[in-house]
Design a protein around this ligand. Structure first.
Ligand code: NAD
Length: 505
């Protein structure tokens, strides 16, 4: 069986922990490879390689660094099909969706090409007699990214692009569930002319993460994953004085007003709720129609569409979505659906017993794959676990509201605050909504409002810890520290010592 190793100092590294974990194909439930898991000594080896490579990389002028990134982008495009296929086979998302995962990451590499401009400092002349002040941005040194399974290309690239463009060395600890694409991206960085040791990948679970958190050499951690781990990492970083931005889970609501085009909205909701099997941090998992008539029409439109969705092997071009990532993930989604039924919500479409036993794709038997069919609940209330918890599966919950105010209060008061959307033809209602809702990213007739690379991405409340977002201008602030220099070139000859606090007269 293939072994996926760490990638350190420009080459593969097996590590010495002796610990491995199977990497599954979620469409078949079968192991397709194993990944090595680092212990503290392995992580220390990776960090040492990064620390040795970083000063020379920082000394490259910014233009030289972005030329490497430019070439890297070309190589990613040249290898797109292979990357998307590998990603699809390890994650379970469809091939086209896997391409989207990679392309949204490349967007941030393209944005990172603006580093020479973004890293320019400020200059003020004559702040005092003969005194000028200027600021410069310097890299932090060695920084780490700890990333989730659900975007194994996009999120590593969101971290790596700006971190590297700023002159840092980068250690990526990707999800151990789909580790191949992150390694391939690091290999392509080297092929693009990146120096060995500047971009390293170390695999592992909690032991590897804790070793990164305990290292004095690592100066910043960019984390994306579930909220309990985000909070844990944020707190550990605060305790040791590390810079941290930690993004967590989500429960994204879609508000549907009576003036919305119900048929178009239903099409949009089906894609945003069930696409990628609901395993997107910006998936719409709650829909809030306003008024009974809107709710009834929307319910009927959704119930009509769901049977035509095709769930299949991730590489099946006919499939709308594929399996969940693991059997545990599938079982958890099934359990939560059961809890919704017990709590009294109306399960209009039940995807728990989707039968794939007679299905195969290109010789792969799907009977043991981790599939869940699309599921739809009506009359969900806010005390139910299907509402309070992130399900992270193909389940859409309808919570009925009577007014826009009542609807807006739901995402505003939810513990998570990642994304939210409103569907309406009223500019005034949309404006009231986006100004008042207590959520970080808002879509107006846009179901998955992932901002474009030159704006920042970040949720509020339990969806994000730390004060700078991902990509956009915040990324350059996160991956650099500002130095401020005050200069004076006095005339020859001493004026004697001064003992009072210097003030600018
Ligand atoms: P996860 O929290 O299980 O894992 C994320 C990372 O943390 C992985 O690299 C994993 O190896 C590591 N990790 C896991 N357990 C750990 C522990 N006990 N101690 C230290 N490190 C640990 O998340 P996941 O299941 O890979 O990803 C899904 C979650 O990520 C969902 O909650 C989703 O909403 C969230 N997510 C959020 C965003 C966002 O931008 N807010 C984006 C994508 C995914």
């Amino acid at each position: 069986m293939r072994t996926i190793e760490h990638f350190v100092d420009g080459s593969s590294f097996a590590g010495n922990s002796g610990s491995t974990q199977p990497v599954l194909n979620p469409s078949t439930g079968q192991a397709q490879a194993e990944v090595v898991l680092a212990d503290k000594l392995d992580v220390d080896t990776v960090i040492a390689a990064a620390a040795a490579a970083q000063p020379a990389w920082a000394a490259f002028n910014p233009q030289k660094r972005i030329r490497v990134i430019m070439e890297w982008i070309q190589l990613i495009h040249a290898n797109m099909d292979e990357l998307a296929r590998t990603l699809s086979l390890e994650h379970g998302k469809t091939f086209d969706d896997a391409k989207g995962d990679i392309l949204r990451g490349v967007d941030v590499l393209e944005f990172s090409l603006g580093a020479p401009h973004q890293l320019k400092g400020e200059f003020s002349t004559g702040v005092g007699t003969g005194i000028d002040t200027f600021s410069l941005r310097q890299p932090l040194g060695v920084v780490a990214g700890i990333t989730p399974f659900n975007f194994p290309a996009m999120i590593p690239l969101w971290k790596a692009g700006p971190a590297l463009a700023c002159g840092n060395a980068f250690v990526l600890k990707p999800s151990e569930r789909d580790p191949s694409v992150p390694v391939r991206l690091a290999e392509l960085f080297i092929e693009a002319g990146g120096p060995a040791g500047v971009f390293n990948v170390v695999h592992g679970g909690k032991d590897a993460v804790d070793a990164l958190l305990d290292s004095d050499t690592i100066k910043a951690i960019g984390f994306v994953g579930s909220t309990p781990i985000a909070q844990y990492i944020y707190e550990r970083c605060a305790a040791t004085g590390k810079r941290a931005q930690c993004f967590g889970g989500a429960k994204n609501h879609a508000i549907v007003l009576p003036d919305a085009d119900i048929e178009a909205t239903a099409d949009t909701l089906v894609g945003a709720a069930y696409g990628s099997a609901g395993e997107r941090c910006m998936a719409l998992s709650v829909v809030v129609p306003v008024g009974k008539e809107t709710a009834d029409r929307l319910r009927d439109a959704l119930v009509e569409r769901i049977p035509s969705l095709k769930v299949g092997h991730s590489l099946d071009p006919e499939a709308d979505y594929g399996p969940l990532v693991t059997a545990d993930a599938r079982d958890r989604v099934r359990r939560l659906i059961g809890e919704g039924v017990e709590a009294g919500a109306d399960l209009l479409v039940d995807g728990r017993d989707l039968d794939m036993s007679s299905q195969s794709f290109e010789g792969d038997d799907l009977a043991e794959g981790f599939f869940v069919g699309p599921s739809l609940f009506d009359n969900v209330d806010t005390s139910m676990s299907i509402y309070t918890e992130e399900i992270f599966g193909p389940v859409l919950c309808m919570v009925r509201a009577q007014t826009l105010e009542e609807a807006t209060a739901l995402p505003s008061e939810h513990v998570y605050g990642n994304g939210v959307a409103i569907f309406t033809q009223s500019g005034g209602a949309a404006r009231d909504f986006f100004t008042s809702v207590n959520v970080g990213m808002v879509g107006i007739n846009v179901p998955i409002p992932v901002p474009i690379a030159y704006y920042t991405f970040g949720g509020w409340k339990a969806s994000g810890f730390g004060d700078l977002n991902q990509h956009g201008p915040d990324a350059f602030r996160f991956y650099t520290k500002t130095k401020t220099v005050t200069t004076r070139w006095p005339e020859a000859g001493s004026t004697g010592p001064e003992f009072s606090m210097p003030v600018m007269n």
